[in-house]
Design a protein around this ligand. Structure first.
Ligand SMILES: Nc1nc2c(c(=O)[nH]1)N(C=O)[C@@H](CNc1ccc(C(=O)N[C@@H](CCC(=O)O)C(=O)O)cc1)CN2
Ligand SMILES: Nc1nc2c(ncn2[C@@H]2O[C@H](COP(=O)(O)OP(=O)(O)OP(=O)(O)O)[C@@H](O)[C@H]2O)c(=O)[nH]1
Ligand SMILES: [Mg+2]
Length: 450
């Protein structure tokens, strides 16, 4: 890894009119630039009130600026933040002046990348900065905050140190190819590998929840035509988003809206009604419903209280379970169909999308079900992303192969190589582990007198 020698600058706030805009620069030229622009290098981390004049001496704005001296800044480099009036034209003038003075435009994520390169954050923490910026629900925010504070990094350090211990035992026998690993060592190693696999699997199990946190919980409203699905979506969204009519088959194509329910972000999807005898256009809409249902995390199965219980297509019925489905008995303002039997075992709530009855109860049920999607991994709220999942899958495979080889009494050298593969995969998550260094450090204490 080579360390940056240039100085980057970018607007830290959105381009648009606001009360204040922040332009920041980071890198070795910052200190001299601050002195050149403002005539002073103020004490670090103290906001200063000053005129901003461009390189030609033209007054641009009345600003507040803060200088951060390396390494005590977000990036670990000398940094300056300039808070100007929130006019995109002013912010642009300041930015262009910084470029004229030798900065270059920062690339996406480059401030965080520098924080990583300077050891201020591990990779999972740098990723958490992005998650924080995009978090749109209490839960997503909590998970991002925990990851930023190193929850995942600490988990990985734990796994890495356990794995390094196992490797040490194995490596000790590599130099003695004739000697088999003593039975008690083999047992101890197998046990530890099993524990590592369990811990890896537990982290991997949070991957789907991680996707739900980052994208929203994909919630599909389905039911027979005219059950009141679109009316329900409108109620939950709080405005007339979808067309509603007394005619069955009103919704032809699915539509999606984002909503918050308690601490959860949902992608709420209204779909075309499921008709056992559809017209050809209706059939195309239904195919889309089934596609959406195939990928849903949560179902709101809307029944019309005035009609007998309809059957669902087998492919969709097979996906519904009490763990992911709430039965919403709509039109409960009207007299119920005689003998209406709702599916048993499912969380169920009578509502009226017309009057609003039962909507709060429905929200409470949705929130409770969404809570149950969270996979517990100790005290921390951990929800890994796709990159972590890829690395953990790699680690899991390596651990499995190592275990199999050990059971077959394969060569310790090959077992060690698989374990190093797992170590490498774990290390990818924090991006911090230098395989060579960890091993050196450890084996210098474990080496058996060679
Ligand atoms: N104005 C401003 N607000 C911001 C940021 C920023 O860079 N500037 N951040 C950027 O994303 C976040 C805060 N994160 C930060 C993390 C570390 C340091 C920092 O200066 N760390 C030093 C000093 C430690 C201390 O005194 O707390 C260090 O770690 O040595 C600053 C901001 C959100 N708000
Ligand atoms: N009385 C009563 N009528 C309702 C209720 N919810 C919906 N409706 C009426 O039922 C009819 C169908 O409502 P929609 O929301 O369009 O039903 P849908 O399930 O989206 O129908 P499709 O898009 O055709 O599948 C409309 O006339 C609504 O006004 C309710 O809770 N009570
Ligand atoms: Mg509809």
């Amino acid at each position: 890894m080579s360390f940056p020698t240039d100085t980057i600058a970018a607007l830290g706030t959105p381009a648009g009119t606001s009360a204040i805009a922040v332009v920041r620069a980071s890198g070795p030229q910052v200190r001299a630039m601050v002195a050149a622009i403002f005539g002073v290098t103020p004490p670090p981390r103290h906001a200063q009130h000053a005129d901003y004049r461009d390189a030609k001496g033209t007054l641009v704005d009345d600003v507040l600026f803060t200088f951060f001296a390396a390494p005590n800044s977000f990036t670990g480099e000398d940094t300056v933040e300039i808070s100007c009036h929130g006019n995109p034209f002013i912010a642009q003038k300041i930015l262009e002046d910084l470029f004229a003075r030798g900065c270059r435009p920062a690339e996406a994520g480059e401030f965080s990348k520098r924080a990583f390169l300077n050891g201020r954050l591990d990779l999972s923490q740098a990723e958490a900065v992005m998650d924080l910026i995009h978090a749109r629900s209490e839960r997503a925010l909590a998970a991002a905050n925990q990851q930023l504070r190193g929850a995942l990094g600490r988990q990985m350090e734990l796994l890495i140190s356990q794995l390094v211990n196992v490797l040490a035992i194995i490596e000790a026998y590599i130099d003695f190819p004739d000697e088999d690993l003593p039975a008690e060592n083999r047992q101890a190693v197998l046990l530890q590998l099993e524990q590592l696999q369990t811990a890896t699997a537990r982290l991997l199990a949070t991957s789907h929840y991680g996707a739900m946190l980052r994208d929203g919980i994909k919630t599909v409203i389905l039911g027979e035509p005219n059950a009141g699905k679109s009316s329900l979506l409108n109620r939950l969204v709080g405005r007339e988003r979808a067309l509603v009519s007394a005619e069955p088959g009103t919704t032809r194509d699915y539509l999606e809206e984002r909503i918050l329910v308690g601490p959860h972000a949902l992608r709420l999807i209204d779909t075309a009604g499921l008709n056992p005898a559809p017209s050809s256009l209706e059939k195309r809409g239904m195919d889309k419903t089934l596609e959406q249902a195939a990928e849903a995390d949560l179902f709101l199965w809307v029944l019309d209280a005035t009609r007998p219980l309809p059957a669902l297509p087998a492919s969709t019925a097979g996906r519904l379970s009490p763990a992911n489905t709430i039965v919403v008995v709509n039109k409960s303002d009207l007299p119920a169909a005689p003998g209406l039997a709702v599916p048993t075992g499912y969380p169920c709530v009578p509502v009226s999308a017309l009057t609003g009855i039962g909507l709060e109860e429905l929200r409470t049920l949705v929130s409770g079900l969404a809570d149950s999607f969270q996979v517990k991994t100790g005290d921390d709220l951990i929800a890994i992303n796709a990159r972590h999942a890829h690395a953990l899958n790699q680690a899991r495979q390596c651990l499995e192969t190592a275990t199999a080889k050990l059971c077959e009494r394969g060569s310790t050298e090959l077992v060690a190589s698989d374990l190093r593969g797992a170590l490498d995969a774990f290390g990818q998550i924090s991006g911090k582990v230098d395989n060579e260094q960890v091993l050196d450090r450890l084996f210098s204490t474990f080496c058996i007198g060679k």
